[in-house]
Design a protein. Structure first.
Length: 249
């Protein structure tokens, strides 16, 4: 949705946009550019919070695979994501949370949290001794929450302990550690022509062997290129042009 809105904003609603120039929309609607402000906030609810969405979806789909409560598993994953999120910054007795790792830069941690939560939650929820059974007269929604209450608590405690241990070696938290150690080097790999050529060669070799090349390397490709692509997308959103984008390759 964010990409489509961005396309509309700068191809249709911008006086310098490709479609706007073809249809002379700038002359027909003199205040055309002002309409961009209507759709610009869509990015705040799409690409800028991608890490939260990925956390929920990964955990939810794992719960579906294990035939457990997918909604509560996904919500537990979001809670876990914020347990290990970058520490709040306190200024004048006010706590501020950075949004830096809510988007593309938080994807690695989002995947890690989603996988761990989905696996641990689902396996604990299957244990009869950890299931709280409510009387039949209790409303289904309440009974549903209590049924997996112990797995939720265990997952939350697990991430709290993990967060404490991580802050001992990385005061800025897991997001900053993972970004510097793993995600940033992978991003650098994806922003040069050699990585593109290498992935293309591997993909075609897999086709020769009868294996669907693009699908096979999709996980690696998406991991490497997602952040640079979103960085370029945000650059276009801010500047109205792809000229000078940080990752032109």
């Amino acid at each position: 949705a964010g990409s489509i809105i961005l396309l509309i904003n700068f191809a249709v609603l911008s006086p310098d946009g490709f479609i706007a120039k073809i249809l002379f929309l700038g002359k027909i609607f003199p205040n055309l550019a002002e309409a961009q402000a209507i759709f610009a906030p869509v990015l705040q609810g799409s690409t800028n919070i991608m890490a939260i969405l990925i956390t929920f979806l990964v955990a939810r789909n794992l719960a579906i695979f294990f035939q457990q409560d997918d909604l509560l598993c996904g919500l537990t994953a979001i809670g876990s994501f914020f347990i290990i999120y970058t520490p709040y910054l306190v200024v004048d007795n006010q706590a501020y949370m950075t949004t830096k790792f809510l988007g593309a830069q938080g994807l690695f941690v989002a995947l890690i949290v989603g996988i761990i939560t989905g696996e641990v939650f689902s396996r604990l929820a299957r244990a009869p001794k950890l299931t709280i059974k409510m009387p039949a007269q209790v409303p289904p929604a309440v009974s549903r929450s209590f049924k997996v209450l112990i797995p939720v608590i265990i997952v939350m405690i697990l991430f709290s302990v993990l967060n404490y241990l991580i802050t001992l070696i990385a005061p800025e938290g897991l997001h900053d550690l993972v970004y510097k150690v793993i995600q940033s080097p992978l991003k650098d790999m994806g922003t040069n022509i050699f990585s593109v050529l290498l992935l293309g060669i591997i993909s075609n070799l897999l086709w020769v062997l009868g294996i669907h090349g693009p699908n096979t390397i999709a996980a690696i490709r998406d991991t490497i290129f997602t952040e640079p692509n979103l960085a370029n997308l945000n650059y276009v959103a801010e500047h109205g042009s792809a000229w000078g984008a940080p990752y032109p390759t």
